[in-house]
Design a protein around this ligand. Sequence first.
Ligand code: SAM
Length: 231
Amino acid sequence: MTMIVRKNEKLRGVYVVEFDDGLIRLATRNMSPGFRVYGEELVQHEGLELRIWDAYRSKLAAAFIKGLEFSPLKEGAKVLYLGAASGTTCSHVSDLVEERGRVYGVEFSARVMREFLERVVKHRKNVIPILADARFPAGYAYMVEEVEVIYQDVAQPYQSKILIDNAEFYLKDGGWALLAIKARSIDVTKEPSEVYKREVETLKRGGFDIVQVVHLEPYDVDHAMILARKV
Ligand code: SAM
C-alpha cells in the first residue's frame, strides 16, 4: 500500500498519514518499536516506525482532528496524566514527549492498572505508573515532580475541581492543561454546552486562562476538550 506521510505543522510530534484509499489518519513515532498498545496499525516511514492514532479510541486524537490549534506535549515535557486507564492515549503522549520527557500516569482502578502496566509501562521508560485517586493529589506527592502539562480524562463529576487541585500541587506557572470533559458525567439533566460553560467558569475562577474549547463529535458524543493555561 502506498501512503504519504508528513509532519503536522502546528502540532509537534504529530504525523499525518494519507493512505492511497484517501483515508487520512494521525500517527506518532513509536517509542517502543514492534509493540502495539491497543491493536493499532504500525507503519514504517524513513527509518521510523509510526503508530496510527485512532480518534475513535483517543479523545486527544479527536481533539487534534477537530481543530485543537496548539499542543503543549512537546519533546522533553513532563506530564501528569490523570485517568490513564489501560494507556491508549497515554502511550501516544509518551511517544510525543519522547525519551527525555516523562509521563506520570495516575489510575485508581487496580484491575485497569494491571493492563496499563502490561501494555504500556513495561515497554516504555518514560511512563511512571501511579495507583491513586486523582481527587487526592497529596497522595502522590512523593512520586511526582513539577510538570509542564496536566492531561485529565477521568469521566467523573467535579472534573474541573480535580484539575484545579492537581494544578495547585504540580503544575508550574504558565503550564498547560488539557481537560477532556464528559458532559453526562457531570450533569445528565443539562445540555452539554451548558455543562462546558460551567466548567470553563470554574477553571477561570481556579486560576486558568481558557485558550480553546473543542467539541469532539462525532468521535465522542457529548465530550469536549478544553485547552487552558495556568496564570
Ligand atoms: N484517558 C484514557 C485514554 O484515552 O486512553 C481513558 C480514560 S477513561 C475515560 C477514565 C479513567 O479514569 C478510568 O480508567 C477510570 O478508572 C479512571 N478514573 C476515574 N476517576 C478516577 C480518579 N478519581 N482517580 C484516578 N483515576 C480515575
